[in-house]
Design a protein around this ligand. Structure first.
Ligand code: FAD
Length: 316
């Protein structure tokens, strides 16, 4: 089922979980263990992230080779495997970075043949070792361009003129940033870019993680004001360690409000820190549910424990 259809049909909200493929060479078993912990909470969708290949330069016999290394391969394989094992819809993340438009088209055809109906369309992070995002020479610079290509295929228009081309049927999710995307000069401009993604065919928004209900509320209000009418699903990261208080703002360019920080800093043991972080995350989710959000999207980062404890508090 498409995410947008599930949102329309559901009386309550939809629950999606985001997981990251294991590092190359690592068994998928750990991922299954995480899924086993989380499946009792009946998620409707599992999102699987995609990461640009890392490019390394290796000198072999005096010749320098440019070698692409996929640090986290297998997004599509993991989607198929999880869909098979748990009978659940999977949502592969689909990025601009590293792909030409033709490679994008071929990858979309593969997903269509596999029966995958949902995608989260993203520009993607800069490649490993790069400071800025560098698009493929024949690829897309912004997610909005990728979304336009997917929408064209949904209308049966491929890059080359094809007789009897079959339209694809992808439901397209897009990313939104309640605290603005870190590269954007200001919130207004970032919101207009978000609107552009929806105008090009995005069906719903999943937000970057945030920790303040008012930030989400203001984001939704601004979106509605500029004509974005699609569902906006909040992205939730359960906080459970002191280390996250520094690492999450650094990596994700988001802020953690004082009430979260004080509750966690006031705890004495690791277990108390975990309880305090999860209690604040639960409080945030309850406010969102009372507000009538269309869903919750939980960033598990492959760890079932904290997500499981949060979902137990909310729905157990
Ligand atoms: P865009 O929408 O293209 O925006 C990127 C920047 O460009 C923004 O500052 C925007 O304001 C600006 N911009 C957009 N259009 C224009 C324009 N026409 N002219 C000028 N500026 C413009 N990354 C991964 O690599 N893999 C993943 O699996 C992944 N999953 C994610 C899941 C979610 C829910 C979220 C919120 C993020 C995820 N990311 C992932 C991170 C994401 O790829 C990065 O945040 C990336 O830097 C931006 O992606 P985007 O799709 O929002 O880009």
């Amino acid at each position: 089922m498409q995410v947008i259809e599930a949102i329309r049909k559901s009386k309550d909200m939809v629950l999606s979980l985001e997981i990251t493929p294991p590092n190359k060479g690592t068994s998928i078993d750990e991922l299954f263990q995480t899924m086993d912990i989380l499946m009792p909470f009946k998620p409707q969708f599992v999102n699987v992230t995609y990461h640009q290949p890392q490019v390394v330069y290796e000198e072999i016999d005096d010749i320098i080779y440019r070698i692409p290394k996929r640090k986290k391969p297998g997004t599509v394989g993991i989607c198929a495997s999880i869909a098979n094992r748990y009978q659940i819809e999977t949502v592969p993340h689909f990025i601009c970075g590293g792909f030409s438009k033709y490679e994008t088209e071929d990858a979309l055809i593969d997903l269509h043949y596999l029966g995958i109906e949902n995608l989260l369309a993203l520009r993607g992070d800069p490649a490993m070792g790069e400071r800025n995002f560098i698009p493929h020479r024949d690829g897309h610079r912004h997610a909005s361009e990728l979304i336009a290509q997917i929408t064209s295929m949904n209308q049966g228009t491929y890059l080359e003129e094809l007789d009897y081309a079959t339209p694809t049927n992808f439901c397209i999710g897009v990313a939104g940033y309640p605290e603005k995307h870190f590269e954007s000069p200001n919130f207004e401009k970032d919101m207009l870019n978000l609107k552009h993604k929806i105008d090009n065919g995005g069906h719903y928004v999943i937000t970057q993680m945030f920790f303040d209900f008012e930030v989400y509320k203001a984001f939704v209000e601004k979106a509605r004001e500029i004509g974005i009418t699609v569902p906006i699903i909040p992205g939730i990261k359960p906080l459970s360690t002191m280390r996250q208080l520094a690492s999450i703002p650094r990596y994700f360019h988001v802020s953690i409000p004082n009430d979260f920080v004080e509750a966690m800093e006031g705890a004495r043991t690791k277990e108390q820190v975990r309880k305090a972080g999860l209690a604040k995350t639960t409080e945030l989710c309850r406010k969102l549910i009372d507000f009538g959000v269309p869903g919750l999207h939980v960033y598990t980062m492959g760890k079932g424990g904290a997500t499981g404890a949060l979902l137990q508090e909310l729905f157990g």
